[in-house]
Design a binder for this molecule. Structure first.
Ligand SMILES: C[S@@+](CC[C@H](N)C(=O)[O-])C[C@H]1O[C@@H](n2cnc3c(N)ncnc32)[C@H](O)[C@@H]1O
Length: 383
């Protein structure tokens, strides 16, 4: 759904809650139809049982006798998370995907489910999920935490995240706040600050992209602010965790370099999990631009994820800047920070490497077969 004005109606909680058993039944007993509706975005006749509750809650709408999904509904470990399709095939005009600046970030196998399920939350923790998007990380933290505060700068994301909290019965545990970075939480402190933010390195201005992706020319705008401010919001035993697709060299990511400068006097143990070996930055850019999101629909008039077209000049300027700054590689890290007696950095690798190559923006769900989608959902379950 790329309509910036689309919002769920959050007033009738019971109606939202009533959708969960229906989604469960649909996913369990009619998996193929579930995938066609909520991953392939196909209009669908469904007469096996009533889906009216899903229509009332605006998860679906009726097109004649068929049902159409307004949002993707991602099933993960017993939860159902509604969010925008990254590409909505119902929002293609003149062969181009129409995106809204306020679109809510979709769920991709290698990303949000990974951190959500591996969150280092402990029982009774007070947690901050910064840049919550659909609220997926907050929802998983809420299983153990005493309380989660989830923030985002995008009002539409806050609406979706609130809806998902009600749908999954977590609304009493999660409080949502709208605003930029740490502003909505003022001087509060947390046992865990967790986030997966807007960290893509992209050419041109931020207005040319949805709020979910633009991280500045090097992708590090939010990360730098985070490194500056987050320690002030930690309790004595506070931890931090985030996904970091940082640029850098084959030897070191720019984030780690920055952390060494800014946190050298802090008693932090930084566990830096290298999820995929560093990959050649310019090959990855080429791969994303030429092959990943766009090609299956129509060739390539725009770079992936744009709202307004990026000019060749902007791309050239960006490439020059990246080269001048000495960025040669892209690193996919999960960073976990624990209190310690001194500053140290420990490098690790995941127990199981699922994606052997940097696959920054994998083909979107619409272009994957039913079997492949089931495989990827299984990977997410096993995280
Ligand atoms: C890639 S999405 C990830 C969303 C979610 N954490 C997840 O893992 O699915 C990045 C999120 O950062 C939010 N965001 C971008 N800039 C922000 C800022 N300055 N302060 C707070 N949130 C921001 C976006 O609205 C978006 O929801």
């Amino acid at each position: 759904m790329t309509n910036n004005k689309f919002r769920f109606d959050l007033r009738k909680k019971e109606k939202i809650k009533a959708c969960k058993p229906i989604l469960e039944r649909l996913y369990k007993n009619h998996k193929k139809k579930y995938i066609e509706l909520f991953f392939h975005e196909k209009d669908m006749v469904f007469e096996e049982f009533s889906l009216e509750h899903l229509v009332k809650a605006k998860i679906l709408r009726k097109i004649g006798k068929k049902f159409r999904a307004n949002v993707q509904v991602f099933p993960l470990s017993g939860k159902f998370i509604c969010t925008d399709f990254i590409i909505s095939t119902n929002s293609i005009k003149n062969g181009e995907v129409v995106r809204g600046r306020e679109d809510v970030w979709g769920i991709l196998t290698y990303e949000s489910p990974y951190i959500a399920k591996k969150a280092i939350v402990e029982k009774n923790n007070i947690v901050l999920d910064l840049a919550t998007g659909s609220g997926i990380i907050a929802l998983f933290c809420a299983d153990k935490a005493k309380k989660v505060i989830a923030t985002d700068i995008n009002p539409k994301a806050i609406n979706y995240a609130k809806f998902n909290a009600i749908l999954n019965g977590a609304e009493d545990k999660i409080e949502f706040r709208l605003g930029d970075m740490f502003k909505p939480i003022k001087d509060m402190r947390f046992d865990l600050i967790i986030w997966n933010g807007a960290t893509l390195a992209l050419p041109g201005d931020k207005e040319k992209y949805p709020v979910y992706c633009y991280g500045g020319y090097a992708g590090s705008n939010m990360t730098r602010k985070f490194i500056e401010e987050a320690p002030k919001h930690l309790t004595r035993k506070g931890k931090m965790q985030w996904l970091d697709p940082s640029l850098g060299t084959e030897k070191e990511s720019a984030t780690i370099k920055h952390i060494k400068e800014k946190w050298k006097n802090k008693n932090f143990k930084i566990v830096c999990e290298e999820r995929v070996p560093p990959d050649d930055l310019f090959k990855v850019i080429d791969y994303c631009n030429k092959r990943l999101i766009y090609e299956p629909i129509h060739g390539r008039p725009k770079t992936p994820l744009e709202i307004k077209t990026i000019t060749k000049g902007e791309v050239d300027e960006w490439m020059d800047l990246l080269k001048k700054r000495g960025y040669t590689h892209i690193n996919a890290l999960m960073i976990k920070v624990y209190p310690s007696t001194k500053f140290k950095i420990v490098k690790t690798k995941p127990k199981k490497i699922v994606f052997k190559r940097m696959n920054y923006l994998p083909a979107e769900w619409h272009f994957l077969s039913y079997q492949r989608i089931l495989q990827l959902l299984k990977i997410c379950e096993e995280y």
